[in-house]
Design a protein around this ligand. Structure first.
Ligand SMILES: [Zn+2]
Length: 240
């Protein structure tokens, strides 16, 4: 049994290296995904601002059109006024001109508001666009970095996994499964040394009679506190 636990210790070294690398790859990809969702949110914001600007542009065209119409009508009224000799008709046209002026003034005021809105939204669009471009550049840079690092981290990973399987094949299936369960549950630390009478996984003291049993290596013993597999190092024992 002692030999089996020694094999587990060696297997754990390889498993920890594999775990470290796959976690590093995952972390890189998560970082990239975060930037990508930030970029998507910024794109949405940009679309919203653009739509707002398009609405204001349409409003501006509409008001400008109304103003042009109104001015054409005004010109026509003034020409009519010049030709009219009848005072009653003339005062009716003058009245029309007054009403028209008021209407024009209202349109001009509305146009002013729209122009102010357009100024604001154009500045805002430029700012949002700038942030978007910066974020997009950051994403591209991060993507290139992640791609390169993933290649480095993945390099030899298949071979390391084959080596891992070779080691694992020498361990009794039940024990191996037990070890793998603990390894996953205990985040990469399933087999721990008892040193100075203490479990190096949870730092709880191990009862002396249990420690003696661990040293005898006749059965697999787990820590009563953290349930990790325990081993004791001796001169002829584990070389990790
Ligand atoms: Zn423990």
């Amino acid at each position: 049994m002692g030999n089996q636990v020694e094999l587990l210790v060696n297997l754990q070294v390889v498993d920890q290296q594999l775990r470290e690398r796959t976690e590093a790859i995952d972390a890189l990809r998560r970082g990239l995904a975060d930037t990508e969702s930030e970029l998507a949110a910024q794109r949405q914001l940009l679309d919203t601002v653009r739509a707002e600007r398009a609405d204001l542009e349409a409003k501006r065209r509409e008001l400008q059109g109304a103003l042009d119409d109104e001015e054409a009508k005004m010109k026509d009224r003034r020409m009519r006024l010049n030709r009219i000799r009848n005072e009653k008709e003339a005062s009716a046209v003058r009245r029309e001109i007054e009403v028209g002026k008021e209407g024009n003034q209202k349109i001009e005021e509305d146009l002013m508001v729209v122009y102010e809105g357009l100024d604001g939204i154009t500045t805002r669009e430029a700012d949002v666009q700038k942030d978007f471009d910066a974020l997009d550049a950051r994403r591209a840079e991060q993507q290139a970095k992640v791609d390169a690092e993933v290649v480095t981290l993945s390099n030899g990973l298949d071979e390391a996994r084959r080596h891992r399987d070779e080691l694992a094949n020498n361990i009794e299936p039940d024990l191996r499964r037990r070890y793998e369960t603990i390894f996953t549950k205990r985040r990469g630390l399933a087999v721990v040394e008892v040193r100075g009478g203490t479990c190096q996984g949870c730092h709880m003291r191990v009862a002396p009679q249990l420690f003696n049993e661990i040293q005898r290596n006749q059965r697999v013993i787990v820590c009563p506190n953290c349930h990790r597999i325990l081993y004791a190092r001796s001169e002829t024992s584990v070389s990790a």
